[in-house]
Design a binder for this molecule. Structure first.
Ligand code: SF4
Length: 409
């Protein structure tokens, strides 16, 4: 399998999902990392594992060339994972494709915070290095029926009450970060996100950032906050000076008309103009290529998203991409996702544009996680894999978790 074959395989798995046998799931949750719906239920079809919870679905899967991919269940998929002797094998149309592995389950998943909350319900792990916190799983746009049409943050929370607590207390976040990044380090960077706050502001993020400050001072781990755009320059200034290394204000859709249609809350409560303005404010305050905006690709024409990528990257803002997935309980459930070839073309052209306009995005520091995410934990996205085609390098292997990708069957 060539490197391009492995990326193509990852693309197909993100779009088509897979099925998985009970035997292949035998060690998930008991050594292998299980899936936690920490923000979205990012799957076209629900699957909560088997054995009445004793065999949960795996979170991520490791492919050849150290490519991590999100595990998405889909009974219609031609891909299937099964156990064969002492290995886990990926099949396509019942023909063997390659051996795959599950990342290691961290010990903190079974620990509790000082308030008695299960740490796994406060923060979860992606790949073998990324700690993720959704500090508020509510989104005010749902209350006003102006939620983004591809999003299921609120129903996902309602459907998976055992997975997360809705509003994370700063003390609980502190305890998990201390455990997972400082005391028994299995993670090396932190990504925090949330739904839109009631007043369109920062919600409980400032309390959390203030609480984390002593830890950041002690060990300078990167933090990204992926939230709605700020209301004003003062808010951007506070955020960028609060110990984070990068921000992501995700515009999602570039075309103005489609943005209003697909993201009515973002368009009416913040507006596209203010959104772009806040990105420029953050760009002026952070290091180069530390201000990001993600596009959901597959919901607008190719030329439109590429126009957005050209514009933002030429402004020093790093546009990243997430392939559209028709998630359960969204307005777009059942909608056709983009094809693998279409996604390939957009990613190939987009990364070439970013390399031309914003070469700082390809630096070593960012590759190692300085934007709060890295190639090993962005398991739902492809952009790092395409960057690797332009600037060849190995994916980071964490010193922190050397056995993280062992097979557990
Ligand atoms: S702002 Fe949009 S994408 Fe973000 S949580 Fe709310 S509805 Fe979902």
């Amino acid at each position: 399998m060539t490197f391009d074959d492995a990326i193509r395989l990852k693309t197909q798995l993100l779009v088509n999902g897979l099925t998985i046998t009970d035997e292949a799931m035998a060690t998930v949750g008991h050594g292998g990392l299980e899936k936690v719906f920490w923000v979205f239920e990012m799957t076209p079809v629900t699957h909560h594992g088997s054995g009445e919870g004793t065999r949960p679905l795996p979170n991520d899967m490791l492919l050849p060339y150290d490519l991590y991919v999100d595990v998405r269940y889909n009974p219609e998929s031609p891909f299937k994972v099964h156990a064969s002797e002492n290995a886990i094998i990926l099949l396509k149309d019942n023909k063997e494709v390659c051996e795959v592995r599950w990342p290691t389950r961290p010990d903190f998943y079974d620990r509790k915070t000082s308030s008695g909350e299960l740490m796994k319900k406060v923060a979860s792990m992606r790949g073998d290095c990324g700690l993720r916190v959704c500090f508020d799983n509510a989104c005010n746009y749902f209350a006003k029926s102006v939620q983004c049409k591809f999003c299921n943050i609120v129903p996902a929370r309602q459907r998976n009450r055992d997975h997360v607590v809705t509003i994370k207390e700063s003390g609980d976040v502190f305890d998990v970060v201390k455990e997972a990044i400082m005391d028994n380090p299995v993670c090396s960077h932190l990504a925090m996100t949330a739904g839109a706050a009631k007043d369109d502001g920062l919600g409980n993020l400032p309390q959390i950032l203030e609480k984390l400050k002593p830890l950041v001072k002690q060990k300078n781990f990167p933090i990204v906050t992926a939230i709605t755009a700020t209301r004003n320059k003062e808010e951007t200034e506070y955020l960028c000076g609060a110990g984070i290394s990068s921000v992501a204000f995700n515009l999602e859709i570039w075309d103005e008309k489609l943005f209003s249609e697909i993201c009515p809350g973002k368009a009416s409560r913040v507006g596209r103009k203010r959104w772009i303005e806040s990105l420029k404010e953050a760009r002026d305050l952070l290091k180069p290529a530390r201000t990001l905006s993600s596009f959901v690709i597959g919901l607008e024409p190719k030329e439109s998203v590429l126009e957005g990528i050209e514009y933002l990257s030429s402004e020093g803002i790093w546009p990243i991409m997430s392939p559209f997935i028709p998630m359960v309980e969204t307005e777009y459930e059942g909608k056709q996702p983009p094809g693998a070839d279409w996604l390939w073309d957009v990613h190939e052209r987009a990364t070439a544009i970013i390399y031309k306009n914003l070469p700082e995005a390809f630096c070593e520091e960012i590759w190692e996680g300085d934007i709060g995410i890295c190639p090993s934990c962005t398991t739902t996205k492809l952009f790092f894999d395409f960057m690797r085609r332009i600037a060849p390098r190995e994916n980071p292997r964490r010193v922190l978790s050397p056995q993280s990708v062992e097979a557990f069957v």
